[in-house]
Design a protein around this ligand. Sequence first.
Ligand code: HEM
Length: 453
Amino acid sequence: MANRYCSRHIPRPRSRYRVVPPTACVSEFFALVRGSGRDTAGPPACLDGVPPRAGPRDAQGSAHLRQGGPAVRQAGEADGRRPRHLPTAGASGKRRLLQPAFRPSHVAEYTDLVTEEADAVCRAWPDGQDIPVTEAMMALTTRVTSRVLLSDSLDDRTTAEVRDCLTAVVRGLFVRTIVPIDALFRLPTPANRRYRRALSRLHEIIDAAIAERRRGADHDDVLGTLLKAANGDGPTRAITDQEVHDHLITLLLTGVETQALTLAGAFSLLARNPQAERRLHAELDSLLAEGRRPGPEDLPHLVYTRCVVSETLRHSSPGWLFTRVATKETELGGCRLPEGATVLYSPHLLHHDPSSFPEPERFDPDRWLPGQPTAEQRRAMMPFSAGSRKCLGDEFAMVEATLALATIAGRRRLRHLPDRAERKQRPGITMGPRSLVMVCEPRTAGDHVVDNA
Ligand code: HEM
C-alpha cells in the first residue's frame, strides 16, 4: 500500500517524539543512522513512544527538559583540550549578550557583506562548467560568518582553513555522538588524527584572532562585544577569556554548515522545480534591474525569495534531530518521563507530517506566502528549534540566505548534472546535500519569460 507519510518508503511514524532511557540512546542513534542508509533520502521515521499530538510546544515548553544528550555533550567536548559543555547561550544571560548582534535591526547592517561575498563566489564560476556547489556555499558562509564575528581579522587563506576545519570537526562530532566510547577516539587512526588536527587548528586560529584584537583597535563586531563583556563592560556579568573563545567556536560550529546546506539545498530543489525557479527569477528580474545587488531596502520585497528559503528549511531542514534531557520526572504529551530520560525530537518528521503539511515531499514555496501558513503549520515549522533554546542566529540566517540566494540566482542558474542520480543523504549532525555538484549557466533578465513560452 502506498505510504501516506512519504513517497520514499519511509514508514509513517507513530509519533514525532521518542523517549529513551539514557542507556538506550546509543542504540537509538545507531538505529536511526542505519535506517536512513536504506532510504533514498531523509532520515527514517521510526520515532515513537509519545502520542503524535505531543506538539512542538510540549517539547520546547517544558520547564523540565534542558538542552542535553549525546550530541550536545560531544559538541561541548569539541574543545579537544578539556571536557566541558557547549556554552548554552540560553543559560546564565549569555543569550542576552550575543542576541543583539543577530537582531533584525542589526542584521540589516550585514546586507552589504553578504551580497559582496555571494557576488564574488558566483562571478568566479565559469559558464557551462561543473561547480562544487556545497563547497562554494561553505566558502561563502564561512567568509560571511567570520566577518560578522571577527571583521577582517582572518585573511583568505586562514578563512579557507577554518572552512576545512569546520567540515572535519562537524563530521567527527557526529561519529563521536553515535559512538560515545571515548577510548575508540584516542586510538591513533587517520580519522581520529584528522579530527584532532582540525580541532586544534580551529582553536589556534580563534586564539590568535582574540590575541591580535586585544593588541589592536576595537571593532564593532561580535568579538568586540565579547571582549567588552570580558572587561566587565557588558549587559551581563563579566565573562572569562575562555568563554569568549567558546562563544566564537559555538557560533562557527552552529552558523556555517547549516547555512551552506540550506543554500545548496535551495539550488538543488529549484533545479528540480522549474516553476518555482521561474517565479524566483521573475521576482529578482523585476526588483533588481541590471543585476543590481540587493540592499536592505529590498528585503521586504524579496517575498518569494524568502518563501523559497523557508520551504527549503521545511523540506530539507539541516537540523534534523535534536535531544533534550529531563532534569526531573515530568510529563510530555501524556507520557511520563523519568529524570535523566533523553528525548529525541526531529524537525524533519514534524515538517514531513502530512497532517501539518499536505504533500510534504512537494517543494512548494507558496506555502509561505503572506497569509498562507496556518497556525498549526507555523507551530510545526521549527528548523531553528523553538523556545528558550531556539537558534540564536535565526533571523540572521533567514536574511543571509535570502540575500545570498537573490544575488546568486540573479546572475547564475544551476542545473543538475545530466544522468547523475541524486545521492543518498546520509545524516550527520546536520543533513543536506553535502557534495552537490551542478552545472552553471549564465542568466539574463527576462529568461524566465522565454522559458515559459
Ligand atoms: C539555516 C541556518 C541555521 C539553522 C537551520 C540553525 C538551526 C539551529 C537549531 C535547530 C538550533 C537549536 C539546537 C537544539 O535544539 O539543540 C540552533 C542553535 C544555535 N544556533 Fe543556529 N541555525 C542556523 C544558523 C545559525 C547562524 C547563522 C548562527 C549565528 C551565526 C546560529 C547560531 C546558533 C547558536 C549560538 C545556537 C545555540 C543556542 C543556545 O544554545 O541557546 N545559527 N541553531
